[in-house]
Design a protein around this ligand. Structure first.
Ligand code: SF4
Ligand code: SF4
Length: 159
């Protein structure tokens, strides 16, 4: 097994990933797409709907651990993302969480975590090599733009 330390993570030589556009990360399974302040501002601008309308139409507060609620996109019936319309209808201004995939802290926690995620994403481990520097940039970008949270009010409450 490859060394995996803070100084030499298992992805030190880069990781292969090229999206096959299978769409499975946008559809079929329940999940959360968390929104940062920057994400929300981009959506409001891109949708040209205004903050309140964007929140009401596309967002929900979810419990995702701890006593906080996290701002996430809504899902349609069948668990498709609210923005899935035969493709991502907000692709140019989709949330950072989507743009950064699969270079998430959770997927990069260990080689095993990466392999486990790859079992659900046919693009991981294939195609373009993303350097360690590029991967670190995604991690830093996510840290710099954390999801919006609030103190929990009611379970699964809407915006
Ligand atoms: S699961 Fe992977 S290959 Fe499929 S659309 Fe998502 S990122 Fe692309
Ligand atoms: S915002 Fe777009 S890329 Fe992100 S989960 Fe929804 S449909 Fe997929």
């Amino acid at each position: 097994m490859k060394r995996d330390t803070a100084e030499t993570p298992f992805f030190a030589d880069g990781l292969k990933f090229s999206c096959t556009r299978c769409s499975s990360c946008c559809r079929y399974e329940p999940g959360f797409v968390f929104l940062s302040q920057v994400d929300l501002a981009l959506l409001v601008k891109g949708l040209q709907m205004g903050y309140t309308e964007t929140m009401k139409t596309y967002c929900r507060w979810v419990k995702a651990g701890g006593d906080l609620e996290w701002l996430s996109l809504k899902e349609k019936s069948g668990y498709d993302c609210i923005f899935w319309q035969g493709g991502c209808s907000v692709y140019e201004y989709r949330p950072l969480q989507c743009r950064a995939f699969p270079f998430w802290h959770s997927n990069l926690a260990s080689p095993e975590a990466w392999e486990a995620a790859a079992a659900f994403c046919p693009g991981m481990g294939k195609g373009e090599v993303h350097t360690a520097s590029v991967i670190h940039n995604w991690l830093a970008h996510r840290r710099a733009e954390p999801p919006i949270t609030r103190k929990a009010k009611s379970p699964g409450g809407e915006c």
